[in-house]
Design a protein around this ligand. Structure first.
Ligand code: SAM
Length: 302
């Protein structure tokens, strides 16, 4: 049985978080995780965990987002998964718990960066131990491999791929500044060509540009209205990503405006933008389906 937060004596009750229904509770496998300070009053499923030892401003996917990741990985076509930006392993844990083999990249497993104060060895050890706990407690977990390389280095060297065959999916959650999300999206398509790609933190404009790059190259997209906006992109018109109902009555605008000001420009009406972006997804998807189904044809001679 996977231990829960409540069973972890070192974690105060105020840091209790809620795992979505049908998703294994992996919090007990992350005994060093704590809720990030500004998220203390967030609804339980939207709180962001971090590992204070390796925090450096970098939080995990929320429990709701990690739950979506678990369900997307389960529903994805056969194959292994890649994560760009694995940190201490929380999001990758949900992929291996879904029974998928997965490789996680983080350059800070190999080198000290400007904002990481601890040693790369300690960082890699922490991620490895967290993921080992998941392997030991969740029956049927996939294998995992962690690499201290950047996404660019991984794209350039096919010998770094630890698993056979094509990947089923890629999670882009590494460097969130321009031009990296777009470069990661394009590098993923050019070298791995997976049927499913996930972008985390689409409230950041540079990440939205990554999603647009995928749309322009024929991927369908859905933006989940979660605390940090999760985008799933896929190629097969017959594949449907898992359903999701955003929490009713939750003040998304207030949440995002008060919590992520460093990312969100003042003039960006976040709530409307998040909704409008989803409408944009639907519009782009419907045009693509129309074209693919042959209903839209170029007039003869045009
Ligand atoms: C937001 S954290 C990822 C959190 C993690 N996905 C989770 O939910 O637990 C981003 C991580 O990406 C890593 N990173 C930064 N640039 C990268 C790159 N070019 N390739 C791979 N990882 C990168 C950082 O070192 C950092 O640990």
């Amino acid at each position: 049985m996977v231990p829960t937060v409540a069973q972890t004596p070192t974690r105060p009750q105020t840091e209790r978080i809620v795992t979505p229904e049908g998703v294994p509770d992996l919090t007990g496998c992350f005994p060093h995780a704590r809720v990030i300070e500004p998220d203390k009053r967030a609804p339980a499923g939207h709180a962001t965990l971090c590992d204070p030892t390796f925090f450096a401003g970098c939080g995990y996917m929320t429990p709701e987002e990690a739950g979506l990741l678990y369900r997307i990985a389960q529903a994805s076509p056969k194959g292994w998964w890649l994560e760009i930006g694995t940190h201490t392993g929380w999001s990758l844990a949900h992929v291996i718990a879904a029974g998928r083999d997965a490789v996680g990249l983080d350059p800070e497993y190999a080198q000290v960066s400007h904002n990481q104060t601890r040693s790369p060895d300690a960082f890699l050890k922490r991620a490895t131990e967290n993921l080992q706990r998941v392997s030991e407690t969740v029956a049927g977990s996939g294998r995992f491999k962690l690499l201290g390389v950047t996404s660019t280095e991984f794209f350039a060297d096919a010998t770094l791929r630890p698993f056979e065959g094509r990947p089923a999916g890629v999670i882009i959650d590494g460097d969130h500044g321009d031009p990296h999300p777009v470069a990661d999206a394009l590098g993923t398509i050019a070298t791995l060509d997976p049927p499913v790609i996930i972008l985390h933190d689409a409230m950041i404009h540079a990440v939205q540009r990554g999603a647009f790059a995928l749309q322009r190259r024929g991927y369908f997209t859905r933006t989940y209205r979660t605390a940090q906006l999760l985008v799933v992109a896929w190629k097969d018109p017959a594949w449907t990503p898992p359903a999701h109902v955003p929490e009713a009555g939750f003040d998304w605008k207030n949440w995002m405006m008060t919590r992520r000001l460093s990312y969100v420009p003042w003039d960006w009406p976040v709530k409307d933008n998040a909704e409008g972006y989803s409408r944009w997804d639907r519009l782009v998807n419907s045009v693509k389906l129309t074209i693919r189904s042959g209903k839209f044809r170029r007039p003869k001679g045009a």
